[in-house]
Design a protein around this ligand. Structure first.
Ligand SMILES: [Fe+2]
Ligand SMILES: [Fe+2]
Length: 247
């Protein structure tokens, strides 16, 4: 069994970051003892160097290994460089226990809100997914921008600009899970044999309506995948349950 916590959109800054909610989230996630935490971007609000420094102090509070991709807010103000210096690679691949692969993509562009993967990264992704297929690994792709529009988010402005081509690659390779953030609204779509999950914001005050700060939890066994939406403060909802042989 593999347990993964998926957090997103922390927006660490002086104004919109809710420190109390963040500390509570850390306590809850540490109690779950996940095998890893995947962070799908917008760690900082403006990409400022001091925000990244502040972020490392907060992220160190998580006990599980944490892997992050940048969001559009992280790529502002030379943040794409700072991300590499302080957080790590912007695109990466990791394999766990020889049978689960997570691929992180950088969908951000400097000082722009829109998302784009671009040809070089797309070709790299295809190559990595070919390897996953050969090894029959459970595959997860993490990126900040949503690849399918999210309900309750108003007019669609910045779905990934090359979403069609990326979706084609993700679905033809039968990627098991695609994880994103950006819209601060939790959601699950299933497209062919691929589950596409959007996490809400972990601790930003920038929330729509009555949507609460939250994170997703994935319980992956040989037989099934359970997806939970955990609101900070204890509310838990089963968001989806899929038999592995259906995927
Ligand atoms: Fe965000
Ligand atoms: Fe974003």
């Amino acid at each position: 069994m593999t347990l993964i916590a998926h957090i997103s959109d922390l927006h660490i800054c002086e104004t919109d970051f809710d420190e109390d909610i963040f500390i509570q989230a850390v306590t809850e996630i540490n109690q779950l003892q996940p095998d890893m935490i995947i962070l799908t971007g917008d760690i900082t609000n403006c990409g400022y160097y001091v925000e990244f420094q502040q972020a490392t102090r907060y992220l160190e509070m998580f006990e599980a290994p944490l892997f992050a991709v940048p969001g559009n807010h992280d790529a502002r103000n030379l943040g794409y460089q700072t991300f590499e210096e302080i957080i790590g690679e912007r695109s990466w691949k990791l394999t766990m226990d020889g049978d689960l692969t997570v691929i992180g993509l950088d969908s951000s562009s400097p000082d722009e809100s829109r998302g784009n993967i671009g040809n070089p990264q797309h070709m790299w992704l295809e190559h990595q997914l070919d390897e996953c297929a050969i090894n029959e690994n459970f595959s997860i792709v993490a990126l900040h921008h949503h690849v399918i529009p999210i309900p309750q988010t108003g007019r669609e402005r910045n779905v990934l600009s090359d979403a069609g081509d990326i979706l084609k690659t993700l679905t033809t390779h039968e990627v098991d899970l695609v994880l994103s953030g950006h819209k601060h609204v939790p959601n699950v779509w299933k497209l062919n044999n691929t589950i596409v999950v959007n996490a809400g914001s972990l601790c930003s005050k920038k929330l729509r309506g009555k949507i609460k700060n939250s994170y997703m939890v994935y319980n992956i066994t040989d037989d099934e995948i359970e997806i939970f939406l955990n609101n900070i403060g204890g509310e838990k909802f089963l968001f989806g349950k899929y038999a592995r042989n259906e995927l």
